[in-house]
Write a protein that binds this ligand. Sequence first.
Ligand SMILES: NC(=O)c1ccc[n+]([C@@H]2O[C@H](COP(=O)([O-])OP(=O)(O)OC[C@H]3O[C@@H](n4cnc5c(N)ncnc54)[C@H](O)[C@@H]3O)[C@@H](O)[C@H]2O)c1
Length: 251
Amino acid sequence: MENTQAKYLKIALLGYGKMGHEIEAIAKDAGHKIALIIDTHADWQEKESLLNKVDVAIDFSLPESAVSNIKKCFAAKVPIVVGTTGWYSEFEAIKNLCMEEKNTLFYASNFSLGVNIFSAVNTKLAEIMNRFPDYRVSLKETHHTQKLDAPSGTAITLAEGIIRKTEKLKSWELVENKSPEQLAKDLLPITAIREEQVPGTHEIVYHSEVDFIEIKHEAKNRKGFAKGAVLAAEWIVGKTGLFTMNDLLAL
Ligand SMILES: NC(=O)c1ccc[n+]([C@@H]2O[C@H](COP(=O)([O-])OP(=O)(O)OC[C@H]3O[C@@H](n4cnc5c(N)ncnc54)[C@H](O)[C@@H]3O)[C@@H](O)[C@H]2O)c1
């Protein structure tokens, strides 16, 4: 499709649940038009022909519908931003399709700008701290009680970033009934806390006998994810290829 570079975009929302509604509000605030909403299989049957009238699609649907939605956008030559998680076992096939057919896909498991900035700071700090082995690092994440998986995907990504830069660490481990200090020195302890009404929080602490160094990201609400997804949609129009938050933020 042509590079419109238009300030105001015609957006298709694929998935109109909690995130779809957040994105609608943010996109409208930015002056964009929600030109198409698809929330069910029946919607696809009724409205698929309208897909080629939009500038960009944003998918926050279900793990089992994301791949099919991506393929429909590829077929219609519509750039797509995907926030849906849980479909990555099919990532290689989608990546190949994207590159071979010169399609446009932007995907991220976390669209929050703050989390992505935090992640870059985390990796840089780990690189520095690798030179100071007297410090021991630990990670703590706190989420609402409806979140059943632990640790969070973001905590795992942060832990992997630390481990890549820290020679003495081999892996991470979820600490449940013991204190982080009881864990073997080559393991990065992650504590997962579940509390009522708590927005997602991630904390990384380096402690020595004399002090603590701590960095923390605390989400206030879902708007951060929606803002990042709309920013990605504005950014990919006119581009071809596969993109992530690192490309958008040049981190
Ligand atoms: N990447 C991120 O930053 C980020 C942030 C929050 C949530 N998520 C992910 O986004 C996804 C959606 O989250 P949510 O909280 O909005 O979930 P939700 O359950 O509130 O909404 C999902 C919606 O998808 C609709 N749907 C079902 N089949 C569909 C199809 N074939 N095509 C289009 N829509 C269809 C459902 O009817 C539902 O309304 C989840 O995978 C979640 O993990 C990602």
